[in-house]
Ligand binder design. Structure first.
Ligand SMILES: Cc1cc2nc3c(=O)[nH]c(=O)nc-3n(C[C@H](O)[C@H](O)[C@H](O)COP(=O)(O)OP(=O)(O)OC[C@H]3O[C@@H](n4cnc5c(N)ncnc54)[C@H](O)[C@@H]3O)c2cc1C
Length: 296
């Protein structure tokens, strides 16, 4: 974990061979690098283009107490660095990196500690959405801090419960980030097709326009972004358009240049493989990966 190079997971088959190739070609495209300084460097580039960053220290499903403590301390250092360098950036947390797989109380304690430090330094904190078995715990941990402000949470449109989850969050009037969803879920839990997921995203987005003053449309899907831009002509909400680092960042820069609020999700750290494989998996549009490699 402390290897300054990207960490290779013990998947021997991927080790060095395919792993090395994936690291060089894909991880480098999507991930800022192993350390805080890499996230800071990428954020400065984005800020210079009028975009903010949503920075994530990569890690999930941690159960080793030392690794969890390291995730907490890295996020605290990151928050200090954002403040010190006056970056336009928020921090995004995965609760399973803060101990949710060990116990809800451990994750809550660590989350509260990070949010407390972030509030003092006026840094906004997001909660990432993870696999469906964590969603209720994440919402309830979020709700405990939501009224005090400075925090937002992610809602996945591929979940059949997405609309219900969003309605629950409206009560807190807190910012939400709407995504399609990136984990493998059964058909009972999640929509089977991209078309259904996109349809449900549209439903959630319209609901957000009705009930929230401020939210984030996190997608690379032009049809959804165009619809949001259109809806906002009449609704006049504080909408941020967010994309992943290395995917359609040229389009993101165009949106920013047109005067929209735009944020790029910037992961950093050494545990890059799980994140990169999720990106690869969803690229049934491998063509899109190639396109993003060629031009962003
Ligand atoms: C800022 C941000 C934060 C996220 N946070 C989370 C999270 O917390 N939890 C979670 O589960 N998921 C998260 N995701 C991932 C998300 O759930 C999706 O897996 C991911 O965004 C891909 O879905 P999509 O909405 O871009 O649409 P897709 O259905 O993948 O793509 C739709 C269309 O977008 C266009 N497009 C997509 N990629 C490209 C490309 N490379 N080049 C050109 N056109 C392209 C194409 O027209 C494509 O048909 C996040 C995504 C973003 C952008």
């Amino acid at each position: 974990m402390h290897n300054p190079k990207f960490h290779i997971f013990p998947l021997s088959i991927l080790n060095m061979g395919i792993g090395g190739i994936v690291e060089r070609i894909f991880a480098g495209k999507w991930i800022a690098g192993p350390g805080i300084k890499d996230a800071v460097r990428r954020t400065k580039q984005l800020n210079a283009l009028g975009m903010s960053a949503i920075i994530n220290y990569i890690g999930e499903d941690l159960t080793d107490k030392r690794e969890i403590a390291e995730a907490v301390s890295t996020n605290l250092r990151l928050i200090n660095e954002i403040r010190k360098s006056k970056l336009q950036a928020s921090v995004s947390l995965k609760l399973t990196a803060l101990g949710l797989r060990v116990s809800k109380s451990m994750a809550r304690k660590n989350y509260n500690r990070i949010v407390g430090a972030a509030r003092r330094r006026r840094v906004f904190v997001w909660i990432d959405a993870e696999s469906q078995d964590t969603v209720d715990d994440a919402i309830s941990i979020f709700e405990s801090q939501a009224r005090r402000g400075g925090v937002g949470i992610t809602v996945q449109a591929y979940l059949r419960s997405g609309e219900r989850n969003l309605a629950r969050l409206f009560k807190k009037k807190a910012p939400v980030r709407i995504v399609k969803g990136a984990y493998k879920e059964s058909g009972k839990i999640a929509f089977d097709t991209r078309k259904e997921t996109t349809g449900n995203y549209r439903v959630l987005m319209r609901e957000a326009f009705t009930h929230l003053r401020e939210f984030t449309v996190a997608t690379h899907d032009d049809s959804l972004i165009k619809e949001a831009l259109e809806l906002n002509r009449s609704h006049r909400r504080r909408v941020t358009y967010a994309m992943l680092n290395g995917i359609r960042n040229g389009y993101a820069a165009e949106l920013a240049a047109q005067g929209n609020s735009v944020a790029i999700y910037v992961p950093f750290g050494t545990r890059w493989l799980g994140y990169s494989l999720r990106r690869l998996r969803e690229e049934s549009h491998l063509v899109l990966v190639l396109r993003s490699l060629l031009g962003g």
